[in-house]
Design a protein around this ligand. Structure first.
Ligand code: ATR
Length: 295
């Protein structure tokens, strides 16, 4: 095999960052970051890591010292990532999870959570003139994704965050943890939660199969409310498809992924991503190729 001129040399000087997840094969982050790295012409590489599910702390400990600049962290390690950090930023603290770890040369690990920046950046990118301070936000769900969304909205100045969940007790726990003006509602109380809402975020795992989507009541949401889904497989989830039919402005989870990647890239490589790279289109291409591939 001969190497083409465009062959990328990986040397001892190459900066390394990556994403840790289990599984991690589905992660679109390597596509996003490596496209930016190439366009920026920097000597760096972004690698997917698949540590054993019960060995995250060993894995992260092994990266201390700065040989690897940092990691994005995805399921199921976002909570464990908090535990390995020596310094935890307010965003990660409030979210109860980290999606970004930075490995300093002095051996310390800093945890951050830029999912909230991704959520707000995605809304700003896909809906003109939305202000999180303008009205109550509803977050459907009470898992890690819901807690991240609720804490980001509280920090962005949402006047009220209403957590609606099938299991009321879980919503109460999240409302207590994120603080601010947050309240818990059961699915039966969803109509009251939707009253006057400016934003509704689906942070449940529902929406993957259309049958499940029927189990989320969506009646009574003001048609002006922005509707956002945090998942992106499919890109237009049943939740978003229903919202669009009802005439709502919609925001998809892929935009959130791309927008959280921007501050991550800056944290790893000390510069903003280069302009003019349509990473969203690259991700959509990858998702389409996956749909066609035999399971
Ligand atoms: P994550 O940490 O990724 O957010 P999770 O902790 O599994 O995931 O949370 C999934 C969320 O989807 C929960 O809020 C769950 O509701 P429960 O707390 O009652 O389990 C919600 N969910 C899952 N399937 C659902 C369904 N069919 N109808 C309504 N809510 C559902």
């Amino acid at each position: 095999m001969t190497l083409s001129n465009s062959y990328r040399q990986i040397t001892g000087a190459t900066a390394v960052a990556g994403v840790a997840g289990s599984p991690v094969g589905h992660s679109l982050s390597p596509i996003i970051h490596n496209a930016w790295i190439e366009a920026a012409g920097i000597d760096a590489v972004y690698v997917p890591f698949n540590p054993p599910a019960d060995r995250f702390s060993h894995f992260a400990e092994g990266l201390r010292g700065g040989a690897v600049r940092g990691l994005n962290v995805t399921l199921p390690f976002k909570e464990a990532a908090l535990g390995v950090a020596h310094e935890v930023g307010e965003r990660a603290e409030r979210a109860g999870a980290a999606n970004l770890l930075i490995f300093n040369e002095d051996g310390s690990i800093v945890a951050d959570n830029v999912d909230g920046l991704g959520l707000l950046g995605a809304i700003a990118a896909q809906v003109t003139g939305f202000d999180p301070k303008a009205g109550p936000a509803v977050v459907m769900g009470a898992g890690g994704a819901a807690r991240g969304a609720a804490s980001a909205l509280i920090m962005a100045g949402a006047p009220e965050v209403r957590l609606v969940n099938r299991t009321l007790a879980r919503a109460e726990v999240v409302a207590g943890a994120v603080g601010g003006n947050s309240k818990a509602f059961s699915l039966d109380q969803a109509k009251a939660a939707f009253d006057g809402a400016a934003l509704v975020v689906n942070a449940t795992s529902v929406g993957v199969a259309s049958d499940d989507a029927l189990s989320l009541p969506l009646e009574g949401i003001p048609v002006t409310a922005v509707m956002m889904d945090m998942t992106y497989t499919p890109l237009i989830t049943p939740f978003l498809s229903k919202a669009r039919l009802l005439g709502h402005p919609i925001v998809d989870g892929l935009e959130m992924l791309v927008r959280q990647a921007e501050p991550s890239f800056e944290a790893f490589f000390g510069r903003v991503p280069p302009p003019g790279v349509d990473v969203r289109a690259l991700c959509i291409e990858a998702l389409k190729a996956r749909e066609k591939a035999p399971a």
